[in-house]
Design a protein. Sequence first.
Lengths: 227, 227
Amino acid sequence: MFSGRTLADRAFEWLEEAIIKGDYPPEAKLDEVALAKSFGISRGPVREAIRRLEGKKLVERVPHVGARVAALNPSDLADILSVREALEGMACRLATERMSDAEIKELENLLDQHADQGGLKSGANYYQNPGDYDFHFRIIQGSRNAKLIEMLCNDLYYLLRVYRYRSSSRKGRAKEAFQEHQDVVAAMKARDPDAAEAAMRTHLHHALLSIQNEQVPLPRPKRLQKA
Amino acid sequence: MFSGRTLADRAFEWLEEAIIKGDYPPEAKLDEVALAKSFGISRGPVREAIRRLEGKKLVERVPHVGARVAALNPSDLADILSVREALEGMACRLATERMSDAEIKELENLLDQHADQGGLKSGANYYQNPGDYDFHFRIIQGSRNAKLIEMLCNDLYYLLRVYRYRSSSRKGRAKEAFQEHQDVVAAMKARDPDAAEAAMRTHLHHALLSIQNEQVPLPRPKRLQKA
DNA sequence: GTCCAGAAAATTGTTGACATTTTACAAAAT
DNA sequence: ATTTTGTAAAATGTCAACAATTTTCTGGAC
């Protein structure tokens, strides 16, 4: 059923995926005996899986009471988005320095595809859809920074996903987002790390403002100066 | 002996501290029976503590073989320092927006103390000493961003500490670092988040270059433009 | 001396039983 | 009716024994 070799590892993978998928929403109780029974194993490996998730901060535990899927208060959202802005801005800088011409060209093609096959036409659908995800994902990978990749794609992924349903569906945001993507790629093509980082941060900061108050975001620092 | 209520929690705290202090260096084997015996408990809680550390990525585990303190290859160092630059730059930006005048004044006094009581005189001692640590710590706290504080003070702390002994002791770096600290505070006093973030990133980037090749770092982007 | 079984030892993985604590429920008092 | 209190039930914490795997050791063949 799963790849992990030990029962504890398999339980961990199963549980992590279930939490990320939303099968276990925030605050949901993780009942050891129920989980053990549903996995057909004993409580030992289940407890170890829960402990690992606790270390990852996906679940919170109260001694003698139990473990629950980590809760997220609204103020956490702003905190997380600032972290994402900082990390993904850095990732975009590094990607601009490290991605090959061919890779950047692929990125450009990706945007062209979105424009062609109704990405823009479908309006509000472009922003924060699989296409948007793929765009960000590729740039993060292009940073060649393992820690950055891990933090953005693994550690923050669950948190961003939990809040996704709140994300702005404001009219016109899709078009803006698409334009911002193009700005990012333009800076990368020009091999201008400062501009690329600034463009990515502007994009993400607009998303933050858009989510926070469903309003037109005010402009923010556009780029890092050369020297 | 320890605050945690359950044996597993106490074992976790003890082990985490031991790893951070360096009592268990990278690659060190974590023997379940030996640890259980030294704690006077059974293997169950010890395994749970190790699983939690695994989730925190402080230890690496190979099924049926065992757990070791996480190893750090040299390329990890550069990756981590880039992450720190991004996160602490953002922290400095937010601190500039959110710290009170009194708090910023305290920060300034802290630097004055360092200058007076031999911080500068002792030369190479100023850079990356407790004083340097306190300076960075206060700014991070000033960001009022719980995620940022957690990532910098908890998650990255061990990694940065492990590599500390490698850090540059180059002549003159101390004086430079002190000056860079003053640049940061100056920007914060002026309530210029762009300049503050840029100054902090310059400071950290110089440290990165200094560590990497023990050479005079070249200047990097100095500040974020206003609009 | 080196290499290759194969057994023995040591280590990790898993389980079921028991201990402890919390929670749920019901009866009694106000 | 509400609160309180005590008991029962359920959940978590811990342990010791057993199972499975890896590692080490030993003996022998070449």
